[in-house]
Design a protein around this ligand. Structure first.
Ligand SMILES: NC(=O)C1=CN([C@@H]2O[C@H](COP(=O)(O)OP(=O)(O)OC[C@H]3O[C@@H](n4cnc5c(N)ncnc54)[C@H](OP(=O)(O)O)[C@@H]3O)[C@@H](O)[C@H]2O)C=CC1
Ligand SMILES: O=C(O)[C@@H]1CCC=N1
Length: 260
């Protein structure tokens, strides 16, 4: 099995980096394509095939992953379409906000469309810790295993109706940035409270790991919060100060804001 990643930017690069950490593909069976060679160098150094020619990348792969900006997707499809073999190739689109109908309309050839799967990961994919949402078209849904195997090896995967893909993008694709902003803000608080910046970040990171491990065991967040809030103690004062400053409202509006 061979895979091509078209676009070696933040997401395509993170995806290729994650792939190289799995045993699903030999490095030489991964082709990374990008117009500027500088972004290809680190992948070439790890033994992947690299090219500045999208057609070369698309022609050799069983799975062709589009990791370019949404406005570039049509141009890339126009460029590679002639090279594709719809009887055996699957197209994976990572560009947010582009519908399956639109992709099928751009890709249709002689009345035939390929297997297409929408895939919205987050940048945790570089460390095989993505939360990825998948929405296949009918043809891809008929044989989903190859795409599922890839994303399951790169974190957790949820197959959703396309209607929910935008919400999934907000929750995890964008959400990882919101979590990182929380960590940054909490670290700044730690500095004000007297810790060095790096120590403050590591304290919060370990605290988040602890919270995550409680939830992974099936605990409910609010039940765990109740265990921390000593009556008349420090935690409830901090929580109430957060809420007086609009914490829950800001979080909810922030996640919803991605879709505005
Ligand atoms: N960043 C993220 O966390 C996520 C991004 N996505 C989606 O992934 C897609 C890419 O985003 P992101 O990686 O952040 O963007 P970047 O701008 O970082 O990456 C886009 C890459 O595409 C390359 N490129 C531009 N034109 C072409 C072309 N004609 N053929 C091949 N490659 C080309 C660019 O090359 P160069 O810069 O060298 O010109 C660049 O390396 C977007 O559509 C986004 O919606 C989805 C989920 C999460
Ligand atoms: O900001 C964006 O539009 C992309 C999609 C999800 C994460 N980054």
């Amino acid at each position: 099995m061979k895979i091509a990643v078209i676009g070696a930017g933040e997401m395509g690069g993170a995806f290729a980096t994650g792939l190289l950490k799995t045993d699903l593909f030999k490095p030489e069976d991964i082709t990374v394509a990008n117009p500027h060679e500088g972004k290809l160098k680190p992948f070439a150094e790890q033994g992947t095939s690299v090219t500045t020619d999208n057609k070369v990348a698309a022609a050799v792969a069983d799975i062709v992953v589009l990791a370019v900006k949404p406005k570039v997707v049509k141009g890339v499809i126009d460029e590679i379409k002639e090279e594709l073999d719809y009887s055996k190739q699957t197209i994976v689109n990572m560009a947010a906000s582009i519908k399956l109908d639109q992709l099928e309309a751009w890709l249709i050839s002689g009345g035939d469309v390929p297997a297409i799967c929408q895939a919205i990961p987050n940048i945790g994919i570089a460390h095989r810790q993505s939360m990825t949402f998948l929405s296949p078209n009918d043809k891809a849904a008929a044989s989903p295993k190859p795409v599922l195997d890839i994303f399951n090896a790169l974190g957790k995967t949820m197959v959703v109706d396309e209607d929910l893909l935008g919400a999934g993008t907000a929750m995890a694709g964008c959400g990882i940035a919101y979590v990182l902003r929380f960590i940054r803000a909490a670290s700044e608080a730690g500095v004000e409270l007297g810790f060095k910046a790096d120590d403050a970040k590591n304290i919060i990171l370990q605290t988040i790991k602890g919270a995550g491990s409680l939830l992974a065991e099936g605990c409910h967040p609010e039940a765990e919060i109740d265990k921390v809030t000593t009556p008349g103690g420090m935690t409830i004062k901090g929580l109430n100060t957060l809420e007086a400053n609009g914490f829950t409202h800001a979080v909810i509006e922030g996640f919803k804001g991605s879709l505005k």
